[in-house]
Design a protein around this ligand. Sequence first.
Ligand code: HEM
Length: 304
Amino acid sequence: MFRLSSILLAFITILPLCLAQRPENISICDFYTPSILGENTASNQLLLITIWVNTFVLGNYTTPNIGIPVHGFATPEIYNGTEIALLPYFTGAYNSTNLGGNAGVSKLFLDDGGPVPVLKNMSSNGNTSSAQYQVFNHIYQYFGSIIGCSLQGSPDFPSYQGRTSMYEVHKFMDLDILQMTYFINLVDTAASSLGISLDDASTIGTSLNRAFNTRCASPISISNIDAPSELQSICIAPDCPLDPDNNCSAYPLDGLALAPVNITDNVTVTTGGNGSTIGVPLLLDLLWGLRWIWILNLILLVEN
Ligand code: HEM
C-alpha cells in the first residue's frame, strides 16, 4: 500500500516535468536546473551535473530519480551480448592513461574515497590535489559546458579546466564502438532518469556520438569549450566507424590505436624462481587500487 501510494505520488510529481517542453532558445542545463532543482543558480547547475555524472558512474543512487533504471559503469554489464567493464580504466588495471609520453601508464583515479563521497553527491572526499577530485570535477565541468550551463565560470561552478583534445585524453585506452556506445547510452539514460525528456536526452547522445564516437574525425572545436579545433575522436579501435569527414593522417600513427595492456593479467609473483612479469609491490598496489570494486559491490548489495 505504502509502495503503491509512493509510486502514484512520484508519478504525479514528475508528470509536469515530463510534459514540459524545452523552448529551443533555452539550453538543456538552463531549462532543467530550475525545473528539477527549483532555482537556476550556478551551484544548482553543478548539482544537476554532479547527480547526472555520478548516476552514470554508479547507477541510480539518489533523488531526483523518476524511476528509470540506470546500471552505471562502475560494475560490469552485458551489453549487446558482450560484457563491458569500464571501471578498470580508472583503477590502474590498464596502462591506459596519457601522462604525456609515447605510451600509456597505469594510474589510479579513485584515490580519495572511491564510491563513498560519490554516493553523497560529491566528487571525492575533498582533497583537491587527488586524481579523483580532478577527474570528477573536470568531467562535471565538461558535461556542464556540453549541455550549455550558462552560469558556469563562477567560483560555484568553474568553466572546464582539463585538457581539451578528447583524443589526447583517451588515446591509450583503445576504446571500441561497443564500449563507447554503451557509455553514451548510459549518459542518456542517466539524464532521463533525472527527469530530462527522452528527446533532450537523445539530443545529448546524438551530439556525443557525432563528436566522439567515430574514428579519425577531422579536428573540431567543442561548443562552449574554450579551445581551438583539435583532435576529438575517442572511439579509435579498428571497429569504430570512420568519420564521414575523416582525416586519419591528422592523427599519430594514422589513427591506429595502441591497445593498452591489462597489467593484472598473467601476474606471477616472484618466488625466487623463473621470470616473473610483475613484482610484489606493484601487485599489492594494484590490489589496493581495485579495492573500490569490492567496496562498491558491497555498498550496492547492502543498499538493494
Ligand atoms: C562521450 C564520451 C566521453 C567523453 C565526452 C569523455 C570526457 C572526458 C573528460 C572531459 C575527461 C577529463 C580530462 C581531463 O581531466 O583532462 C575524461 C577523462 C577520462 N575518461 Fe572520458 N570521456 C568519454 C568516454 C570515456 C569512456 C568510454 C571511458 C572508458 C572508461 C573514459 C575514461 C576516462 C578516463 C580513465 C579518464 C581520466 C583520464 C586522465 O585524466 O588522464 N571516458 N573523459
